[in-house]
Design a protein around this ligand. Structure first.
Ligand SMILES: [Fe+2]
Length: 290
């Protein structure tokens, strides 16, 4: 049976129903899902009763998975699922000044997951397990289409940016967010990396303007000038008309293409309501530039 695809905005994002991700998809159905992912960048699969193992199995069909590094926000565990949660290991709400809460504030800025790694993430999948009661205050996730942004750039700008690299640096974005929890270990683990500013999708050749909060400056350009240009491009890329806001429901699995979309977490009453999402991350296939 073919999958049902319902576009969620005129630009990108689609809801996929008539698939049950608790069981392995046959190859033909998976090919349709994969095709939809490459086309729409954001896929929403509602009402999926997934265990971690099921989420890992589905995610793994898109490529090898990143493992979480042990750090303060995940209680120093290394695994394929990372928990985005405001509950401590005893199941109690964390306090606003808890380092694990503070650490996540950076997710409120527009970013592409793992763009600070030499091989950045291809896709991330978030599964909603526990949410605040009001779906308008559930900690929405907002997405912005980097393909729409690229398409709207003036030709002269496209030519100027083609072949240029931005330097993405984890310590830069963390400092920018006012988060001083990075330590030397993290700085060493994630040294500055170069990423192509214009990226083409290997399957359909659609181009995207690959910017975000981890992008610090532009290679072979004076630092202040490059930074100003990146800030201008980020503001351009995240205009309302190219965004989709996801209002979470328990059971939603949302998959997003980090090569073609930015995302940010919207604020919610983090110290009042439990919110738990489980994330898997599909690694990219190689560096974006030499
Ligand atoms: Fe993220």
């Amino acid at each position: 049976m073919p999958i049902t695809i319902r576009p969620l905005s005129p630009v990108f994002a689609a809801e996929i129903t008539s698939v049950d991700l608790t069981r392995p998809l046959d190859d033909a159905t998976f090919a349709e899902v994969e095709n939809a992912f490459e086309t729409y960048s954001i896929l929403v699969f509602p009402k999926q009763k997934l265990t971690d193992d099921m989420q890992i199995a589905f995610s793994s069909r898109f490529g090898s998975l990143e493992t979480t590094q042990g750090h303060i926000a995940n209680n120093f565990q290394v695994k394929q699922i990372s928990e985005i949660s405001n509950l401590d290991p005893q199941g109690k709400l964390m306090k606003a000044d808890d380092p694990r809460v503070v650490y996540r504030l950076g997710q409120r800025n527009w970013h592409s997951d793992s763009s600070f790694k030499k091989v950045p993430a291809k896709a991330s999948l978030l599964h909603a397990r526990i949410l605040p009661p009001n779906s308008n205050e559930c900690g929405q996730t907002q997405f912005a289409s980097l393909r729409a942004a690229y398409d709207a750039l003036p030709d002269e700008r496209k030519r100027f940016l083609d072949g240029k690299a931005a330097i993405h640096h984890y310590a830069y974005s963390r400092r920018n967010d006012g988060i001083t929890l990075t330590n030397n270990k993290e700085d060493q683990r994630f040294p500055p990396v170069a990423q192509a500013i214009i990226r083409a999708n290997p399957r359909n050749s659609r181009k995207a303007l690959y910017v975000g909060s981890h992008a610090s400056h532009i290679r072979e350009m004076p630092e202040a000038e490059g930074r100003a240009l990146l800030q201008e491009l980020l503001a351009f890329a995240t205009q309302e008309q190219w965004t989709y806001m996801h209002h979470w429901q328990v059971g939603d699995l949302v998959m997003y293409d980090n090569r073609a979309a930015l995302h940010r977490a919207r604020p919610y009453a983090i110290t009042e309501h439990a919110r738990v999402l489980h994330r898997t991350t599909v690694a990219g296939e190689g560096p974006t530039i030499q």
